[in-house]
Design a protein around this ligand. Structure first.
Ligand code: AMP
Ligand code: MG
Length: 322
């Protein structure tokens, strides 16, 4: 059988198709990215409009028919309510009309499982750095536990907000990365690590108020924020005694962040991995694969339990498939 995975927690509508060996046959990303950033209801409308063409294209790419699909999985949370509800509705409709099981997946956990599928890592500490989420996650005692996280906004949102105020297109992360390469003077910004947690709103305020040169500000924001993330990731590695780091989320595409994490890992004798680009960002294949792992362990989501959970916590899930 083939597995269909639908992702729609934020601005990306993802449609993935895999086989039972974990071969990714299609992984379609359809991203809504207006200049002024994400408006949840408009993003949801985008997903509704693109759903059918995306499904058709994914099935064409995978060279399968709707009747070949044996499982439908969808991102049940966390994320933006209107986006989650739109994609969940499509998932329910497909599961009923194809008469196949439905599995609701925790989006953050899917970033780990796709890393375990597509890189050599087996039991990593995940540094998940995306638009809305920033968490350090590792598996202990039957669950994926959050060892550290942002106390306010996600790192990607912070970069995007800074970019918007400085006339950059959305998403600003890649533009900031480029500008940072031309900066060299380290502007003082508040280094906000609190125990295992981080916060970014103070850095954003300080950066927006600063009259330093833009390239230097981009450089300094990256240096400070990424050092904070690397520090808490290292602490989680030391605490859990794990020997692998996995990167996930859109911000994890940043070369400087990757370098910092790789250097830290190397110095500890650990290994660092990241899934290939389209599987590192929000995507349907990761939802499909995680849904399949859950299904194989006997878990399915009856329609009456398929309501979306905007604040679905990583550590709410009993990970019986490991
Ligand atoms: P996601 O929420 O996982 O889809 O990732 C989207 C976020 O990743 C946005 O906030 C982007 O600004 C950010 N992003 C994408 N590429 C980069 C990059 N090269 N450096 C920093 N941030 C990035
Ligand atoms: Mg994500």
């Amino acid at each position: 059988m083939y597995i269909l995975g639908l992702e729609g927690t934020a601005h990306t509508l993802g449609v993935g198709i895999l086989d039972e060996d974990g071969a990714v046959l299609a992984n379609l990303l359809n991203t809504y990215s207006p200049e002024e950033g994400i408006h949840p209801r408009e993003a949801a409308n985008h997903h509704a409009r693109k759903m059918l063409p995306a499904l058709e294209e994914a099935m064409q790419t995978a060279d399968i028919q709707p009747s070949d699909i044996g499982l439908v999985s969808f991102s049940q949370g966390p994320g933006l309510g209107p986006c989650l509800r739109t994609v969940a509705t499509a998932a329910r409709a497909l599961s009923s009309s194809l008469d196949v099981p439905l599995v609701g997946v925790n989006h953050c956990i899917a970033h780990i499982e796709i890393g375990r599928l597509t890189t050599p890592c087996d039991d990593p500490v995940l540094l998940y750095a995306s638009g809305g989420n920033t968490q350090v996650i590792a598996f202990t005692r039957g669950r994926y536990r959050v060892f550290g996280e942002t106390l306010d906004i996600g790192i990607g949102n912070m970069l995007d907000k800074f970019g918007r105020e400085n006339g950059m297109p959305f998403p600003a992360g890649p533009v900031i990365e480029k500008k940072a390469k031309d900066g060299d003077s380290l502007i003082s910004l508040p280094y906000s690590v609190k125990g295992m947690d981080v916060s970014f709103s103070g850095i954003l305020t300080a950066a927006l108020k600063s009259d330093a040169e833009l390239n230097d500000l981009c450089f300094s924001m990256q240096e400070v924020c990424f050092a904070m993330l690397t520090e808490v990731t290292e602490r989680a590695l030391a605490h859990t005694r794990k020997e692998e780091v996995l990167l996930g989320g859109g911000v994890a595409r940043n070369e400087r962040l990757r370098n910092m994490v790789e250097t830290m890992a190397e110095e500890r004798g650990a290994a660092a991995y990241a899934p290939p680009g389209p599987l590192c960002v929000d995507n349907g294949a990761m939802i499909g694969w995680t849904g399949y792992l859950m299904y194989r362990a006997g878990l399915t989501t009856p329609i009456e339990k398929s309501a979306v959970m905007q604040n679905y916590r990583t550590d709410d899930v009993d990970v019986i498939w490991r």
